[in-house]
Design a protein around this ligand. Structure first.
Ligand code: NAD
Ligand code: LMR
Length: 342
């Protein structure tokens, strides 16, 4: 794998050996919003994957050049461009994984929820096409506000009669990537070893890193816990402010999304030791959607890992209670958006 610097194995100290052989596989991946800030570098990273045989790139504009450019890389996948709604169905036919980074990004001063009015409709339309053309595919939602766009996607799929909760994911990998980076930095740990689960959702206080569950085991002062938690929760805003009007995280997001795509493809390919945090339908809490570590398999979410939200620190316990109201409101808002339309 080209994306080697992460650990997606079981969160156990002693890992059993397993017989998964590196692949020469041939999966078909579509990126919707492929001409954008995330879409372009994400498509490049997917183009580098030995697991991919076909890479379909869709956008409402500017995707022809991106596809022509990428198609010159001498890696196995064939890149095809699709522009505009009339070509969306063809883009999606036979696809195994659909990644959706289509939509507008934040500018300084905005919350992710401020993107709802534009992105909700974009995600709804795209997922309708997914339902019609590749209902069996894994669907990775990147478009914000993820806390609402995933419930929107679920409602759309339900209405079309093809909802499979095991195959719908809100991509929260960037929160884990950031948590791992910041913790390794603060504690002088070897980055490749660090694994911090992040649960809840993907906005502000709904992002809850479980620092007490960090692997390898490490102790934090109360001050460190608070500072790290707040930095992880505000990391998106940190990038939005640094970019000063030119958008939000694109490169680190592309890296994180490529990791999640690769984990999904490995799971599809039969690797039985693939774990990622993601925002999925869940019965871990009273909320219908919740991010946590999940085990991925051929059919999508094979198990939601529940033991990680047991035995939380007092700080985490409080933060978990505190995030529920906002996360519930975001979920309800997404569901209502689809149901108010006839
Ligand atoms: P961008 O504006 O650079 O790119 C978005 C792309 O979507 C553009 O190419 C645009 O043409 C395309 N698009 C718009 N409407 C479309 C439609 N109906 N069909 C297909 N494509 C369409 O934005 P970006 O920086 O790439 O961010 C995209 C989204 O990802 C934003 O909503 C952002 O908030 C979100 N995001 C999520 C995470 C996460 O962790 N989940 C991280 C970063 C950004
Ligand atoms: C992020 O976490 O970087 C993304 O959700 C983009 C944003 O608006 O912060």
């Amino acid at each position: 794998s080209l994306l080697v610097s992460h650990n997606t194995k079981a969160p156990k100290s002693s890992q059993r050996s397993y017989s998964y052989m590196p692949p020469h596989a041939s999966y078909k991946v579509a990126v919707l919003g492929a001409g954008g800030g995330i879409g372009q570098p994400l498509s490049l990273l997917i183009k580098m994957s030995p697991l991919v045989s076909a890479l379909n790139l869709y956008d409402i504009a500017n995707v022809k050049g991106v596809a022509a450019d990428l198609s010159h890389c001498n890696t196995p996948s064939v890149v095809v461009d699709f522009t505009g709604a009339a070509q969306l169905a063809d883009c999606l036919k036979g696809v195994d994984v659909v990644v959706i980074p289509a939509g507008v990004p934040r500018k300084p001063g905005m919350t992710r929820d401020d993107l709802f009015n534009i992105n909700a409709g974009i995600v709804k339309n795209l997922v309708e096409a997914v339902a019609d053309n590749c209902p069996e595919a894994f669907v990775h939602i990147i478009s914000n506000p993820v806390n609402s766009t995933v419930p929107i996607a679920a409602e759309v799929l339900k209405r079309k009669g093809v909802y499979n909760p095991k195959k719908l994911f809100g991509v929260t990998t960037l929160d884990v990537v950031r948590a791992n980076t910041f913790v390794a930095d603060k504690k002088n740990l070897k980055l490749i070893d660090v694994d911090v689960p992040v649960i809840g959702g993907h906005a502000g206080i709904t992002i809850l890193p479980l620092l007490s569950k960090t692997k390898p085991e490490v102790s934090f002062s109360e001050k460190e816990v608070h500072e790290l938690t707040v930095r992880i929760q505000n990391a998106g805003t940190e990038v939005v402010e640094a970019k000063a009007g030119a958008g939000s995280a694109t490169l680190s997001m592309a890296y994180a999304a490529a990791r999640f795509v690769e984990s999904s493809l490995r799971a599809l390919d039969g690797d039985s030791d693939v774990y990622e945090c993601a925002y999925v339908q869940s019965d871990l809490t009273e909320l219908p959607f919740f991010a946590s570590r999940v085990k991925l398999g051929r059919n999508g979410v094979e198990a939601v890992i529940s033991n990680e939200i047991e035995g939380l620190s007092e700080y985490e316990e409080k933060a978990l209670e505190a995030l529920k109201e906002e996360l519930k409101a975001s979920i309800d808002k997404g569901v209502a958006f689809v149901n108010k339309q006839t």
